[in-house]
Design a protein around this ligand. Structure first.
Ligand SMILES: [Zn+2]
Length: 307
């Protein structure tokens, strides 16, 4: 079920943890020969217990005796280790993930959360969504102005709510407005991450990449970029793309229109103001972006957070 290369990562990580544990154990045995004896005795007592239980007349007695012996051996073992500043755990493998012991699977056969993250990570890296985004990574410390923090936090709440079902208040679209450096891309990518985590398919373009792809397709007489496949389309930096007659507005309109028509979710981020959007893209695109049934708009205000 896991792709071969991820499975291989787990195999490597597990083998390393086990080899390191074997080394630590070997070193401990060398330093404390009695420890090796104790481990050998523990194995013997456990093994004999099975045999004795079969032939014993008083099985409870056997159980009590072996439990006592084992307890004494474990206690001696723990004492020896602690005298050297070690614990029992030090001789066990240290897996990167304790939940699945670096197998990728939980005991019930389900994928471990760590494996889900690895799978999602692959989707992020091919999608252009930042791995550093995420609503749980919202960093309040970068805000100097408490009002701006409050507003942005509120915007993040709306975005998180949107990411749950890819709609908000009946609108399948979300328009993130505001100047550069206010966190629009962070919010957009956080929506993308959350949507991927919830199992939605997500595609991200910057407006520049989208128009670039469309222009190349026109030149090669090929079909333009695929616009309706993903359940969620993220379109970042609207307004930074080149205005190519016959390409830019047509491609953007097709993207917005086709997604709306097929009932798919779209998040658009732009530095442009409402007036600028109207001037640059005209009535057709403008009227769709500002139809409140189709797009919920969030405007971020404040100082550039990167300064
Ligand atoms: Zn795991």
């Amino acid at each position: 079920m896991l792709p071969q290369d991820i499975k291989k990562q787990y195999d490597t990580s597990r083998a390393r943890a086990e080899a390191e544990a074997a080394q630590r154990k070997h070193a401990a045995y060398t330093a404390m020969p009695r420890l090796r004896q104790i481990d050998e005795e523990i194995r013997q007592v456990s093994f004999n217990r099975g045999l004795e239980l079969i032939k014993a007349e008083n099985r409870d007695q056997v159980r009590r005796d072996t439990a006592e012996k084992l307890a004494a051996l474990y206690a001696e073992r723990a004492r020896m280790l602690s005298e050297r500043g070690m614990s029992t755990d030090d001789l066990l493998p240290r897996y990167a993930c304790e939940k699945c012991s670096d197998t990728g699977y939980l005991e019930n056969g389900e994928l471990c959360p760590c494996a889900r993250l690895k799978l999602a990570g692959r989707k992020y890296s091919s999608s252009g969504i930042s791995e550093n985004a995420g609503f749980d990574r919202f960093n309040e410390n970068i805000f100097k102005d408490p009002e701006q923090l409050k507003r942005t936090r509120r915007a993040a709440e709306i975005c998180a709510q949107y990411a749950e079902n890819l709609e908000i208040g009946g609108a399948k679209g979300l328009l993130l407005m505001g100047e550069t450096g206010l966190g629009k891309t962070f919010l957009m990518d956080s929506i993308g991450r959350e949507a991927i985590r919830r199992g939605y398919s997500v595609k991200k373009y910057t407006a520049y990449n989208l128009i670039d792809a469309a222009l190349r397709a026109v030149r090669r007489h090929e079909a333009g970029p695929e616009l309706t496949g993903a359940e969620l389309l993220l379109l970042d930096d609207l307004g930074t793309e080149p205005m190519i007659p016959g390409v830019t507005i047509e491609t953007l309109f097709a993207a917005i229109n086709e997604r709306q028509f097929s009932g798919k979710a779209t998040v658009i981020a732009t530095n442009l103001t409402k007036n600028e959007l109207f001037t640059q893209y005209g009535e057709r695109i403008f009227s769709r972006l500002f139809a409140s049934r189709e797009y919920a708009a969030i405007t971020l205000r404040g100082k550039d957070l990167r300064m």
